[in-house]
Write a protein that binds this ligand. Structure first.
Ligand code: RBV
Length: 491
């Protein structure tokens, strides 16, 4: 049924301490772990910081639906889904050999013994392998999601059942920061972020704690690293943070091939449209945009790139794509995907000039790239046409389809990047935290800066990955080594 477009008022709902049955109208996962989107969720409402726990009293949640909850320990949608989640985690483990190798290697040493770690990262089967690796290596772990639509509820249930302190559920618009606050209640020594919401919360609401108690942290994604670098430049970073995103074994693989595959996966699950012959507009031709464009081209789409950086635009040209402004691309595209990290990439003037039936989605970290408020202002109604696909009928009569509320389509409508590529990203996360723990135990204080990844760590991770894939590499002979370093060698 079509609904007139207006903002739903926030409802205050009293919660019982422990409930188990998911109510009829609550947003939930399908049994296959594929997300089903709630029809008219408070789409773009920016989450506000939750109140802090005062004298040990936990503030009430605002969200609707019921939960499985043990105060101070976990809050997930339905603990009865744990068995289903456990199978997904086992599936991911079998495809993440590097992480499992490092788990084995450090099991005896217990590098995190006595340390508490809080993480805010998409609760997927891959993340669960990372979380359980930290726990296996001695850490006391507390976890929250880093996007309202990316938690896999069965996986969250399995983690809770396995003893992890986790606060996360799919469709968590209202209590996003409430969950982060609950992980901070456990007073972490280490923080692990994807998008910097945890780091920002610790810095803005617990500054003294951040300055005196936190040893260090890591950041997973491009957007988060940007935020961190501006925080550090402003002199407001209170502990050292490793820029995991900038590792070669992260951004050259996860951002390109992971985003490429999972974004198309999300688009296809949400629409089932044919990609061959379509005009596919990719906004932003950085690592993520390159991955999306490559894979869409592989499926037979004609690619248009929009860019602000000449070298990135040039790379698109040499791949055989067209480059144009969004004003022009808006008129030509059948499918649009934003991957810029910048807000307002697709806005009112673009919606108005789009073709009837255009499909729009985003694969950047935040939901700011498509201006949905402006879309609502030129639309007369919207309805959910299928999971993660909303039809807006414009006042000019054309229809535009928005996927996953403009949030990361690969995580909201599909399952995020494949386990095989997250294996390397999360191996980087783990190795950085081992470095932080080891430095702390050795009494070494790292500077309160954004720290780049040691190239030796990249080499170790890539080598281990290749070995687990059964690949062999060549080695330079002494003579070859001498030759490449000989400045007199020539024709
Ligand atoms: N990402 N995680 C997954 N399957 O757990 N998929 C994608 C997963 C991360 C990825 O590393 C990227 O940098 C980040 O999500 C964007 O929020």
């Amino acid at each position: 049924m079509a609904t007139a477009i207006k903002k739903a008022p926030a409802k205050a709902v009293a919660k019982k301490a422990v409930t188990t049955n998911v109510q009829k109208n609550s947003v939930k996962n399908g049994s296959n772990g594929i997300h089903k989107n709630g029809a008219n969720g408070a789409a773009n409402a920016a989450p506000k910081a939750a109140p802090k726990a005062v004298a040990g009293k936990i503030p009430a949640k605002k969200g609707t639906g019921s939960f499985s909850e043990v105060a101070g320990k976990y809050c997930v949608r339905d603990i009865k889904q744990a068995e289903e989640g456990r199978k997904l985690i086992e599936w991911a483990e079998s495809r993440m050999p590097v992480l499992m190798h490092i788990r084995e290697k450090y099991k005896k040493a217990q590098p995190f013994k006595g340390l508490r770690l809080a993480g805010s990262l998409h609760v997927t089967k891959e993340t669960a392998v990372l979380v359980e690796t930290f726990a296996a290596l001695g850490a006391d772990v507390s976890w929250s999601g880093c996007n309202p639509l990316s938690t896999n509820d069965p996986v969250a249930a399995a983690l809770a059942k396995g003893g992890i302190s986790i606060f996360a559920w799919y469709g968590n618009h209202e209590d996003f920061y409430w969950c982060i606050e609950r992980t901070i209640d456990l007073k972490p020594h280490l923080t692990l972020d994807d998008g910097c919401d945890l780091i920002n919360t610790v810095h803005e609401h617990y500054a003294d704690f951040a300055k005196t108690q936190v040893i260090g942290g890591t950041e997973e994604t491009t957007t988060g690293v940007h935020r961190l670098r501006s925080r550090a430049a402003a002199g407001k970073l209170f502990y050292p943070v490793f820029a995991v995103n900038d590792a070669e074994t992260k951004w050259d693989f996860d951002n390109v091939y992971g985003t490429g595959q999972s974004t198309l996966d999300g688009i296809l699950r949400a629409t089932s449209v044919m990609l061959a012959g379509k005009t596919f507009v990719v906004a932003g031709h950085g690592h993520c945009g390159q991955g999306v464009a490559k894979r869409a081209k592989g499926m037979g789409s004609n690619i248009i790139i929009t860019e602000i950086k000449a070298t990135s635009a040039m790379k698109g040209i040499l791949e055989g794509y067209r480059v144009m402004s969004m004003d022009d691309a808006a008129k030509e595209g059948d499918i649009f995907c934003t991957a810029t990290g910048v807000k307002d990439i697709i806005r009112k003037q673009h919606f108005l000039s789009m073709k009837n039936g255009a499909i729009i989605c985003n694969t950047g970290h935040y939901d700011a790239e498509i201006n949905l408020a402006e879309l609502a202002s030129v639309a007369k109604n919207k309805r959910t046409i299928r999971p993660n696909c909303e039809e807006y009928t414009l006042k000019n009569g054309k229809k535009i389809f928005v996927l996953a509320e403009g949030r990361l389509v690969n995580l909201a409508a599909a399952e995020g990047h494949p386990s095989e590529v997250m294996d390397m990203s999360f191996a980087n996360q783990l190795m950085c935290h081992i470095s932080l723990a080891e430095a702390h135990k050795a009494g070494k204080k790292l500077p309160n800066q954004v720290i780049d990844i040691d190239p030796a760590q990249d080499e170790f991770i890539a080598e281990t990955k290749l070995r687990t894939m059964g690949m062999k590499m060549d080695k330079l002979s002494k003579e070859q080594l001498r030759y490449i370093n000989d400045y007199n060698a020539g024709t």
